[in-house]
Design a protein around this ligand. Structure first.
Ligand code: C5P
Length: 220
């Protein structure tokens, strides 16, 4: 049994990787499985929230009761999030997606061909929008929760990232080997410092995180 701590609240979540095309058959992506974001979507629904999940390409089933919008690129994820916020005021925004920082600027309309043995394509990159920072900067922004996957100095980077993105809660993945796994270990950074959620399966951690978010938003 889970208490309905988010009853009637609108929760918007991004999850999974993004896919940035190089040409019609190739692209750049990352190792995010989407498991943590989907687990949070499920836990928020269990807590009574109306949940919208904007998801990059994953192999996961849509959690029961959750509305899912599929996207591929970071720009599409950004646009889908903004469209949702326009359509329906959201109380909470949880950015779990591993969004590509760069897209290919010179996407080829046709499949790139090998022309010679030593010939390699010259890819150019352009920055993608920072979805979380854009949402956090909006007037009447929802309560924003970010994630950080760092390979070192998590305590230092996590706290700095929370301040840079100007969000009330940032969740750090302890250990950067979590991608694709069923287990995780989290550290929560807020105005008061940091607290740990010890190693557990992602579904358990998601329920704990949802409870922490509910506590922090209950007076809003
Ligand atoms: O800056 P960094 O990518 O490390 O921040 C991670 C957090 O920001 C995650 O919550 C991620 O979902 C979000 N993010 C985003 N849009 C980006 C990059 C990251 O929403 N372009």
């Amino acid at each position: 049994f889970q208490a309905k701590t988010l009853a009637g609240k609108h929760v918007l979540i991004t999850a999974g990787p993004t896919f940035e095309p190089i040409d019609p058959v190739r692209g750049i992506t990352n190792l995010s499985s989407g498991k943590m974001g989907y687990a949070i979507a499920h836990a928020a629904w269990e807590a009574g929230a109306i949940v919208t999940l904007v998801s990059g390409p994953t192999a996961l089933d849509t959690p029961y009761g959750v509305r899912r919008i599929n996207v591929q690129t970071a720009q599409q994820m950004h646009d889908a999030v903004m469209a949702q916020l326009k359509q329906q005021k959201q109380d909470i925004f949880v950015a779990v997606a591993a969004v590509a920082d760069w897209k290919v600027a010179n996407v080829s309309a046709q499949k790139l061909k090998k022309t010679g043995a030593n010939d390699t394509p010259q890819l150019q990159f352009a920055p993608n929008p920072d979805i979380l920072a854009s949402v956090a900067a909006m007037p009447n922004a929802p309560y924003c929760v970010g994630f950080a996957a760092e390979s070192e100095n998590l305590l230092q980077y996590g706290s700095a990232k929370r301040q840079k993105k100007n969000i009330p809660l940032l969740v750090g993945n302890i250990g950067h080997q979590t991608f694709g796994k069923d287990e995780n270990e989290l550290v929560l950074f807020d105005d008061h410092g940091h607290t740990n959620l010890p190693a557990a399966d992602k579904q358990t951690l998601a329920a704990q995180l949802v409870a922490e978010i509910a506590l922090r938003t209950s007076l809003m």
